[in-house]
Write a protein that binds this ligand. Structure first.
Ligand SMILES: [Cu+2]
Length: 131
């Protein structure tokens, strides 16, 4: 019985995912990097699934570059040079940016590239790309 209750609790906490968090592991906020460089994505409390796969409490990463404001969180995330989709379920990427200051931010999207009902979005980091 205890095991059953534990399993239920586990399933419930996963499906509610109240503490899902997305964050940029690397580079660190304020880092100096030379282009191209590696960006490593972190996710806690949810799983990664490729775009097109409808599985509960999963999503795929979107890297937002130099955005002043988040895209519309009720519809599909645009796909352009400032909104990169990682629909194969990638958890890191090699990015090329011009020298100068840039911001990076992660936004999780569901199987149809739409942010979750409670959007899972990281803080924004600042980096300096040097020659
Ligand atoms: Cu997407």
């Amino acid at each position: 019985m205890n095991k059953f209750l534990l399993a239920l609790t586990f399933i419930f906490s996963i499906s509610a995912a109240p503490s899902a968090k997305v964050f940029i592991i690397s580079p660190k906020d304020g880092a100096e990097v030379s282009s191209p460089f590696e960006v490593v994505f972190g996710l806690q409390g949810m799983g990664i699934a490729p775009a097109g796969i409808n599985f509960p409490n999963t999503g795929h990463h979107h890297l937002l570059i130099d955005l002043d404001k988040l895209p519309d969180l009720k519809s599909g995330i645009p796909a352009d040079a400032q909104h990169l989709h990682f629909g194969k379920g990638q958890t890191q990427a090699t990015i090329e940016l011009d020298p100068g200051e840039h911001t990076l931010q992660l936004l999780l999207g569901d199987w149809m590239h739409v942010p979750h009902e409670t959007p899972v979005v990281s803080g924004k980091i600042n980096i300096l790309v040097v020659d």
